[in-house]
Design a protein around this ligand. Structure first.
Ligand code: JFZ
Length: 429
């Protein structure tokens, strides 16, 4: 039986808190119509209408080793792939359903290849597994058009046996936890309305998962949706509390603390454009400098960032995603020390950027140019040994200009006569 133990918890969380940056991948049958992963619901398709994507799916360019290489060169330390999304289609070879990649033209277990590839590149292995299932006969279908979980209005299933669904779902999680070696992270998605906790048989499920994969890190969506801290924030969490909070498309304004004031682990999951699953017409990508700043923001508030890529029908990353990952990677290569193993610095947020820290080192991220000497707020003057630019290591003098008499307690970094930075996002002191 799983019981919360703080020491064990902190131990299994170590790599995750250090990693700070991971890749989310949404890929499945919905990548073919390319209008987002909710398409079967939003366009109210029947299973039959959706079936053409099952017949077409061939994963012809599925090269997980290349996915993992791209994640790695972007500076990411872990990956999370949708083993099964809400449409119920399994990328893994489940013996409890025919609705799986093995039975498509792809003809093989894609999760197996993914897991091996990610491991081979030295990254931590994560799998996303949905609690919802629009394919299974025993999962409730919603016919109310205004319900976010609606399905085709005609596919009612009044005779469903939800207990049977729960058994099915548990057996699949068991397969995932048994057939792919050590997993580092499991990402369950998601609770809503009264569908939460024990409705999923959560205590039993977690007892099984923790006995099969004692070291695995789990999100908190067996308990909550993409909002809310759940019982991890309480003094005595439920067995299915999850190990980190999973805010969706939002960075918590002030980080997150539990009821006793301890920092909570969290991970903001973020799309690169405005879709999780591939969307051929969505060109609204967030520029790399913005994503870098968002990553810095997460770290400065004690969190991780899980950045999503939605590969296309064949399994290729969209070209724009590749460019953005490369640009982020160039920055991470030079400035990764200010991200990995770092957390909040406990100093006031400066006007020009954010601060992260690790041990006795403070990283002042300059998001914009400043005029004159740069104030490094919150540092004790007598304890500042040296100031260096992180990217190239060059010495930056502590300013001895007149500002000292006006602000005797503030440390200023003197960036010299030419304060215009070629690329402010590149600049970490
Ligand atoms: C869920 C999925 O439905 C979606 O397709 C994607 O996989 C995403 C990562 O997770 O979407 C949610 C779940 C919870 C909230 C919003 C979207 N929420 O609570 O705000």
């Amino acid at each position: 039986m799983y019981q919360f133990n703080r020491e064990e918890y902190e131990k299994r969380m170590e790599w995750y808190r250090d990693a700070r940056f991971g890749m989310f991948i949404h890929w499945g049958l919905y990548s073919i119509p390319a209008r987002g992963e909710w398409i079967r619901s939003t366009e109210e398709m029947t299973i039959e209408e959706y079936q053409k994507y099952f017949e077409e799916f061939d994963a012809r360019d599925f090269k997980p080793r290349e996915w993992a290489r791209m994640a790695k060169q972007a500076g990411m330390k872990y990956m999370v792939l949708t083993a099964k999304h809400h449409d119920g289609f399994c990328l893994f070879d489940s013996k409890y359903t025919e609705y799986k990649a093995t039975n498509t033209k792809a003809g093989r277990d894609l999760v197996k290849e993914y897991v091996e590839a990610v491991r081979a590149e030295g990254l931590k292995v994560g799998l996303y597994f949905t609690l919802l299932d629009w394919y299974h006969d025993d999962y409730p279908h919603y016919q109310d058009r205004n319900h976010p979980m609606r399905n085709h209005p005609e596919c009612g299933n009044e005779n469903r046996d939800f207990g049977r669904y729960i058994e099915y779902m548990h057996r699949q999680v068991e397969e995932i936890c048994t057939n792919y070696g050590q997993l580092d992270l499991l990402w369950f998605d998601f609770s809503y309305d009264d569908m939460r906790g024990e409705k999923w048989g959560a205590t039993r499920l977690i007892n099984m998962v923790r006995s099969l994969q004692p070291q695995v890190i789990i999100d908190n969506r067996l308990e909550v949706s993409g909002e809310g801290m759940g019982s991890l924030a309480e003094c005595s969490p439920t067995p299915y509390h999850g190990d980190f909070v999973s805010p969706e498309q939002i960075i918590p304004p002030n980080g997150l603390l539990d009821k006793e004031g301890r920092p909570l682990a969290w991970e903001a999951c973020v799309t690169m454009n405005n879709h999780w699953g591939y969307c051929g017409t969505d060109h609204f990508y967030k520029p790399a400098p913005m994503l870098i700043k968002k990553l810095v923001e997460c770290v400065s508030k004690g969190g991780n960032m899980l950045l999503n890529v939605g590969p296309d029908a064949y399994g290729n990353f969209p070209p724009r995603s590749v460019e953005i990952l490369e640009e982020i990677g160039r920055w991470m290569k030079k400035n990764g020390d200010s991200i990995y193993g770092c957390g909040p610095a406990g100093v006031p947020k400066p006007d020009y950027g954010r601060v992260t820290s690790k041990g006795n080192t403070y990283y002042f991220h300059m998001f914009e140019n400043t005029i004159g000497p740069v104030p490094l707020l919150g540092l004790d003057k007598s304890r500042v040994k040296k100031i260096r630019a992180l990217a190239d290591g060059y010495e930056i003098p502590v300013s001895d200009s007149w500002v000292h008499s006006d602000y005797p307690d503030i440390v200023f970094a003197s960036l010299g006569p030419d304060p215009v930075l070629p690329d402010p996002t590149d600049y970490v002191l």
